[in-house]
Write a new protein. Structure first.
Lengths: 277, 312
């Protein structure tokens, strides 16, 4: 059987590559809008997969249909992550929005993004009229800082692999020469690096719809970033500290952590914004 | 993209599957999500590799190890079925625990039933990494439809101290062999500056370090004791090996405790004395999940060669 409990997985053709898409149709679907869920970057996507799946089911139980997908180079989709860039994530999300509107029979989409997925959601919303609102879970706001985090992960991983890690200057030269580094086993390539270097979401945003940004209690830096982002969006935005801990790392996966508070907070906010049933 | 083009695109590519289709398999603990890879050529007999997810990760595997392996195996003529066990990924059901024996071999049986009855497969391989390998062994031991077992990074006793311990391990959590191997490794590591750099880069938790050393010393004296019984992992893998059924064990060289325990428990296999049904591969510079690209390539190549030798 290829559909069960109103979930329908299939492969969608995107630029001659197959992209896994899973449509969650609510039994009593609210037709005013649908949701597209945007996953995070690299291995964070794998660690937090269960969280996004369960949120899609949570939304379904509250009569909201949604679409999840694996970006090209991730999960079951074709392609390689080292070919991905910030722009490719944006373009693919736009294609999925078009798909979701057709599949769900809605005119408006709310984007829910986690970490880098929240970054992508924020970027997409700047250029589309059909994005009704955005929910940004622990958004990455500062591209250069995120890039530094990835480089540190590479250096730590190199140590545990018994190889001498390159320092920041050597990494920079490597990127300039078209090379890659392995971050938690995923290759980080030049296109992504170049675009992260100039990515900052704290410049004034043009999206005027409702915005919810969240961070966890333990992530002070994430709280600061979420507040900065809300400042960039202005009066239409809300920032909430909604969960006790992060949930996109290896450890949270192994304790099967589900951010129930975050689900409730996000759904309540959406209900309030759009008077959902 | 306009609406008509979009609709056409969706319809056409629901039928065409890029060599992959997504489906659900009924099972007692919840519907199991599966990605089925069609073979790209014919083997003498149809053969499927069922890949059981590792840990609590979904069917793509750590660093997409499973997704990449499946594409390679499919190119060699194997049907590949990658699954999320109930409670994980896109499957339904609820996880009862998060230790490495949380999965029910009856769910593996359901997957085997689907592959044999619906996909009409003649020969069957079960493959798993870590927890996936353990439940694959439990299922394979009592199901003669399984023609071969591939066990990547299969822990016999050890689990990281910060993970829940399986009730199948009575005490200790690590065998003496594993504990002694850990101590031997740490004895040389404490003099290496890069190890301390890595320790401090990861947060420098001395409390955790002291606890880990203390636990390991206790494990030398009070090693893990197995709990036997038909459904226990150790009984299953011992039965499978005693029946001399085809098996490939692959470990990363840096997956020290599981590899040491495997060598201590299955010494004759590890020494290459049972090559008529078993093979052992060790990937140099690889850890538990064969994390980096060259290690993934190595484990996929090693496994592909073994599968081709057995089934083509």
């Amino acid at each position: 059987m290829s559909e069960i409990n109103n979930e329908h997985p299939f492969f969608f053709k995107y630029q001659n590559k197959g992209m896994l898409v899973i449509v969650h149709r609510a039994a009593e679907q609210d037709r005013s809008l649908g949701v597209v869920l945007c996953h995070s970057y690299g291995e964070e996507k794998q660690y937090s997969h269960n969280v996004l799946t369960r949120f899609a089911r949570y939304l379904g139980s509250h009569d909201i249909s949604s679409v999840r997908f694996d970006h090209i180079g991730y999960g079951d989709s074709d392609g390689e992550i080292e070919d991905a860039s910030v722009q490719s994530h944006v373009d693919e999300t736009c294609a999925i929005i078009d798909l979701a509107k057709t599949e769900l029979g809605v005119d408006r989409i709310v984007l829910v993004g986690l970490r880098f997925g929240a970054t992508v959601a924020s970027l997409v919303a700047e250029s589309r009229e059909d994005v009704a609102g955005i929910v940004l879970w622990s958004p990455i706001v500062d591209g250069p800082a995120f890039l530094q985090t990835l480089i540190r992960k590479y250096q730590l991983g190199a140590l545990t692999s018994r190889e001498k890690p390159k320092n920041a200057e050597e990494v920079s030269k490597l990127f300039a020469a078209g090379g890659q580094i392995s971050v938690e086993g995923n290759n980080l390539g030049g296109n992504m690096v170049q675009q992260l270097k100039t990515l900052r979401l704290t410049t004034p945003r043009s999206f005027a719809g409702p915005v919810l940004a969240t961070a966890s209690e333990t992530d002070q830096g994430g709280q600061d970033q979420a507040r900065e982002l809300c400042d960039a969006y202005g009066a239409s935005s809300t920032m909430v500290v909604s969960e006790a801990r992060d949930f996109w790392d290896n450890q949270s996966m192994y304790i099967d952590f589900t951010p129930d508070n975050l689900y409730q907070t996000s759904y309540s906010w959406m209900s309030e914004q759009w008077q959902l049933q | 993209m306009d609406e008509r083009t979009m609709a056409a695109s969706i319809e056409r590519y629901r039928l065409e599957n890029f060599g992959q289709t997504a489906t659900y398999i009924s099972s007692k603990n919840g519907e199991i999500f599966a990605i089925v890879h069609a073979p790209e050529k014919q083997l003498p007999k149809s053969c499927a590799v069922i890949m059981i997810n590792s840990g609590l990760q979904n069917r793509a595997g750590p660093q997409r190890l499973y997704a990449k392996s499946a594409r390679q195996f499919a190119s060699l003529g194997f049907t590949v079925v990658r699954v999320d066990m109930p409670g994980v990924g896109d499957s339904f059901g609820k996880l009862q625990a998060t230790h490495f024996d949380t999965y029910d071999p009856d769910d593996v049986k359901s997957i085997i039933d689907y592959v044999v009855d619906v996909l009409n497969i003649d020969e069957l391989v079960l493959l798993g990494l870590c927890a996936g390998a353990r439940v694959a062994a439990k299922a394979a031991a009592f199901d003669n439809r399984v023609n071969a077992l591939v066990a990547w990074g299969m822990p016999l006793y050890s689990a990281p101290p910060d993970m829940p311990q399986s009730p199948e391990i009575v005490a200790g959590g690590v065998s003496s062999a594993g504990a002694l191997d850990n101590l031997s490794r740490w004895r040389t590591s404490i003099f290496k500056p890069r190890v301390w750099r890595g320790f401090f880069a990861a947060g420098g938790d001395f409390g955790f370090l002291i606890k880990r050393i203390g636990t390991t010393l206790r494990q030398v004296i009070q090693p893990a004791k197995k709990r036997s019984g038909k459904r226990s992992f150790i009984s299953a893998i011992e039965k499978y090996v005693a029946d001399e059924r085809p098996v490939l064990f692959v470990y990363g060289a840096f997956d020290r405790a599981p590899l040491a325990e495997f060598k201590a428990h299955f010494t004759s296999i590890a020494n290459g004395e049972k090559k008529h049904f078993s093979e052992v591969g060790v990937v140099e510079n690889a850890g538990h999940t064969f994390r980096d690209a060259e290690n993934r390539i190595a484990v996929i190549r090693l496994t592909s060669e073994w599968l081709i030798a057995r089934f083509s």
